[in-house]
Design a protein around this ligand. Structure first.
Ligand SMILES: Cc1cc2nc3c(=O)[nH]c(=O)nc-3n(C[C@H](O)[C@H](O)[C@H](O)COP(=O)(O)OP(=O)(O)OC[C@H]3O[C@@H](n4cnc5c(N)ncnc54)[C@H](O)[C@@H]3O)c2cc1C
Length: 473
């Protein structure tokens, strides 16, 4: 028997993770000519992955993409199963037994390590922790950020580093009406930070910021963005890089850095009292984070760039530079984590695949697919995940004739399995209760929402409701 477009018997697909890649995969499946049922399994009660817990609170317009995901979630044939972690509450082999296909869309949840002395000393944080904390992610709710030092160093020059820098540098009143978590707002309101040093391993031409994010750093009220004029000098290969038309973003960044260098010259002569400063540094690689009980300074190797345009590598020289500071934020990239029963490329932190088909010891893992950050690594914007998920779903659909030779129970089978376990699944109607509560609490404070930041509090809110999701097929 093969199920398919001409058959009433549905094809059951489980999607693990409810971030952008999971939703775009669900959308493509539900739009296909096959009679598909999608069950999306999310480890938190709340959906939307990094759109909820990564995208900066002062970038609210970007979060409107949630309206698209909400529409997908309300589609016929879609089930949301929140508060169920794959690998903890249910195994991959159980999912594979109950669904015709499984798409892994669980993102990149950890951070890369620098592997230098002092990395974990008090006052040294990962961007992952800080971002999760100010965005109200339950995993980071109880972290303590001591912002009483006047100087912070951010290691890394990508968009996440730009977000961290903006949140630290912005006047608190500019954040009050965003969906930033209240616990973070309280601590940021007391922040004593005056200077933020943003340090990159290569030169200004290679900084990974998008020009939009970099420009925003130069437009923060009561804050001055600076670059030492000498740092804007480019070697021949870097000059060739920014002259390349396909690299227009780097040219825009260079123009902005040169503007910041002009500010630097004038701020050295005029009064900057009461202003915060953002200072960009280039060609520095972290050597050690130094301090007795907590961060006192960071030592960096001075680098020289070697190699042809677009393939320049930063080599440390014998020169060392130190920045005195009381806080460090390490923003050198997110990293995917492995899931029991799923092949994993430790070096790249991704699941090995070909066009979304998971590869296990040289062969396709029958019915197992991957998309999003856990497929390609932590790069790209929200929209990048759409094309990525379309590719994966195309592979899946091409394989369906071979995958649908037997009936599978799908969502019903999953619910039957977890019924006897100590698991409290959250369905779509229950997420909507959380959503309404958050937006109502936000309205009272003139915020788009006030997030509930503890899973226990979310579950307590739902405790009046039935304990199991309503099974509809
Ligand atoms: C700090 C930050 C800021 C960003 N800002 C922007 C921006 O301004 N604009 C933009 O376009 N892009 C931005 N991005 C990029 C964008 O967020 C990503 O491209 C996108 O979220 C990746 O989607 P994903 O579905 O692969 O992963 P995610 O969004 O991480 O979703 C993965 C989901 O899987 C769930 N999950 C994890 N493990 C399990 C498990 N075992 N079982 C079940 N569920 C699990 C997670 O809880 C999560 O909900 C930002 C990223 C970060 C980190």
């Amino acid at each position: 028997m093969t199920l398919g477009a001409d058959h009433d018997e549905p094809v059951h697909v489980a999607v693990v993770g409810s971030g952008p890649s999971g939703f775009y995969a669900a959308e493509a499946l539900l739009r296909s000519e096959w009679n598909t049922r999608v069950t999306m399994i999310e480890r938190l009660p709340t959906p939307y992955g990094l759109v909820r817990s990564g995208v900066a609170p002062d970038h609210q317009t970007l979060k409107s993409v949630i309206l698209v995901y909400d529409r997908i979630a309300r589609s016929e044939g879609f089930h949301y199963v929140g508060n169920v972690a794959v690998g903890r509450d249910i195994s991959i082999s159980e999912l594979r037994a109950n669904f015709h296909a499984v798409i892994l869309a669980y993102g990149a949840q950890t951070d890369r390590r620098m592997g230098i002395p002092g990395e974990d000393i008090a006052g040294s944080y990962t961007a992952t922790e800080f971002v999760g904390w100010y965005n109200g992610h339950p995993d980071y709710r109880d972290l303590d950020f001591d912002l009483s030092s006047p100087v912070a160093v951010i290691i890394g020059q990508g968009n996440v580093a730009a977000d961290v820098c903006r949140i630290l540098a912005k006047p608190i009143d500019d954040l009050r009406h965003s969906d930033i978590a209240d616990h973070a707002l309280e601590i940021l309101a007391e922040s004593k930070i005056e200077e933020i040093h943003v340090v990159g391993r290569r030169g200004p031409a290679q900084a990974k910021f998008t020009a939009k994010e970099l420009r925003e750093l130069g437009e923060i009220p009561n804050c001055i963005a600076e670059v030492h004029p000498d740092d804007c000098a480019l070697n021949e290969a870097s000059a060739a890089e920014i002259a390349d038309r396909a690299n227009a973003g780097a040219l825009k960044n260079m123009k902005l850095f040169r503007e910041f260098a002009e500010h630097t010259k004038s701020s050295n002569t005029g009064s900057t009292k009461g202003l915060r400063r953002i200072r960009f540094h280039f060609r520095l690689s972290p050597k050690a984070i130094i301090g007795n009980e907590r961060v006192e300074r960071v030592a960096f190797f001075r680098n020289r760039l070697h190699g042809p345009a677009f393939a320049q590598i930063a080599h440390p020289t014998s020169g060392v530079e130190e920045i005195d500071c009381g806080l460090v934020f390490r923003s050198i990239g997110y990293r995917g984590a492995s899931l029991p029963g799923v092949p994993f490329d430790e070096a790249r932190g991704v699941i090995p695949n070909e066009a979304g088909r998971v590869i296990d010891r040289g062969a396709y893992a029958h019915g197992l697919f991957v998309t999003g950050w856990i497929k390609r690594g932590p790069q790209g914007i929200i929209g990048t995940n759409r094309a990525d998920s379309l590719e994966t779903v195309e592979s899946l659909i091409a394989d369906l004739p071979a995958l649908t030779r037997a009936r599978k129970p799908g969502f019903k089978g999953l619910i039957a399995l977890i019924e006897d376990r100590d698991v409290r699944p959250v369905d779509l109607a229950e997420w909507l209760v959380i959503d309404e509560t958050e937006t109502a609490r936000g309205r009272a404070k003139d915020k788009p929402r006030e997030k509930i930041t503890r899973v226990e509090e979310m579950l307590a809110l739902l405790s009046q409701r039935p304990q199991r999701p309503h099974v509809k097929q």
